[in-house]
Design a protein around this ligand. Sequence first.
Ligand code: UDP
Length: 415
Amino acid sequence: MSVEIAKAHSLQLDDYAPILGLPEIHELRSLAERLKGRSVQMVNSTAVGGGVAEILNRLIPILSELGLAIRWEVMTGGNDFFEVTKAFHNALHGGAYEARPQNFEIFQRYTEQNRARLTLDSEFVVIHDPQPAGLIDARANHSGHWFWRCHIDLSQPNKTVWSFLEPLVSRYDGAIFSSPEFARQLSIPQYLFYPCIDPLSEKNHDLEPEFVHEVLERFGIDSKRPILTQISRFDRLKDPLGVVRAYQIVRRYFDCQLVLAGGGAADDPEGGVVLAEVKEAAGPDPDIHILDLPPWSALEINALQRASTIVIQKSLREGFGLTVAEALWKKKPVIASAVGGIPLQVIHKHTGLLVHSVEGAAYQIRFLLANPAIADRLSQQGHEHVLEHFLITGNAKRYLTLFLHLLDSGQPADA
Ligand code: UDP
């Protein structure tokens, strides 16, 4: 399936000039000059939900405006496929997993189906994450430049799953990781690309205070009392139960509310079960707001982040955690687990606070609620940090420089 990005995203590169400065925009245009008309395909496993879809939704229009002939393909699969790939995902993040031969067969079967369905004949092909990694089989006679963009933390992968994946990954021309910590011993070159947010997307652009207020009213949230928020898919690795427990500790000292907002992703079949667990843990507390949001809730999420007193990201494992960058961009104090790519964003006591446990999270929430001046300083510094490192234009620049490097390296693609 090719994804057509809605025309509502009619943002132009020039719109970013007030944020980035014109020289940055000129640099992007001049880097793209020699890449005009070059074909690129990006492939992932969902068009909605989760950080990868969030990035591609904005990266692709930007690279397209810069003149690249870019297409976004989504791998399709049945529930059996996504159950297997979600289990692989958890296992690659280091979770225990008893892989059975039939799991690998399911993976191979859908890879084969998608290989037959998709025409991956572009000069540059970027395959995102493990689900479509097997599509390297679709590469004809070593044509094109093929990259595997891994968005997950591979520092301690389950050995069985990684030994299945590694031979596939090794056939790419390079692998791109989100943090130096995630790099593996591989026979191919490895690159570091930070994930990124779009400051002008519906998820992140400025909002009128009236709209923020209206969203709080709609969800029955009191704007006068502190609001603690975690925005995440209902996924055990995001530790929503840990967030509820941290809030319950804080609640003994502060009259505050908790918002847990998240929807599903098409490639994540576990959401419903986890949501039910969270509702049960929350019990009848009217100050816990569990919001199961549809995929078109970018403005609502933006408003909830802006309305928050503190944003929490208590993940047990994390690839990067775009929600952290989103909150920092909105100048929100962030308390987040020191896992995966989060420490790249939250520099302890400089751009936020890192925690290692439920008790630690509760302690730091209490600390920031009691010290708003410190919270303000952290959030201001957090915003600057995102401006410097984690905006979509920086990510576009990384891709342009990679593609230019390949053109100049004397290995022209045959495609
Ligand atoms: N998100 C969303 N709706 C939800 C939950 C999350 O739009 O109900 C967004 C969130 O704002 C962020 C992305 O999905 O942009 C999640 O990316 P992240 O890297 O935090 O986690 P992932 O889901 O990829 O593990």
